[in-house]
Design a protein around this ligand. Structure first.
Ligand code: DQA
Length: 146
């Protein structure tokens, strides 16, 4: 089966209890289960990984080349700071869909900048946990065009 990676960054392990008024009450396990189930309907094998550490995320992006066809990435706060993640994505040349539960553009100014966006095929934000499924749809559509 075609394999894709759903990669979550710092603090996303706390989904469900972390600021539910901003991020919703869905836990990361629920998000990941929904991604696996939704991927299966499109013939995608979805592998999920979360880390609070920038280097671990970079390692996963490097390992994705040759293993996965693309990545759905919520880099959490590293979105707004990490040139290293930007460079890792540029290096592997895999299609990456950037996702955020919240609408980062409607929040504090420091969240408006994304270092992921210039190397992603697109960005989905503001739709809560559903955004991951929309991101998988977008990634699958791109993969079918390739
Ligand atoms: C987030 C938005 C980021 O600004 C924040 O640091 C997160 C979560 C989101 O999914 O809405 O950790 O990526």
């Amino acid at each position: 089966m075609r394999s894709v990676l759903v990669l979550n960054g710092p603090n996303l392990n706390l989904l469900g209890t972390r600021q539910p008024e901003v991020y919703g009450s869905t836990t990361l396990n629920m998000v990941e289960d929904a991604c696996v189930a939704h991927g299966a309907t499109m013939g995608l094998d979805v592998v999920c990984f979360q880390s609070n550490h920038e280097g671990d995320l970079i390692d996963q992006i490097h390992k994705a080349k040759g293993t996965h066809l693309g990545i759905v990435l919520n880099a959490g706060a590293y979105t707004h700071t990490s040139i290293a993640l930007h460079d890792a994505i540029a290096s592997v040349e895999l299609p990456v869909v950037e996702v955020h539960l919240s609408n980062i553009h409607a929040r504090e100014d420091f969240r408006h900048r994304s270092y992921i966006a210039p190397v992603a095929i697109g960005q989905i934000c503001g739709f809560g946990a559903k955004g991951y499924l929309l991101a998988l749809d977008a990634l699958n559509a791109r993969l079918e065009e390739m």
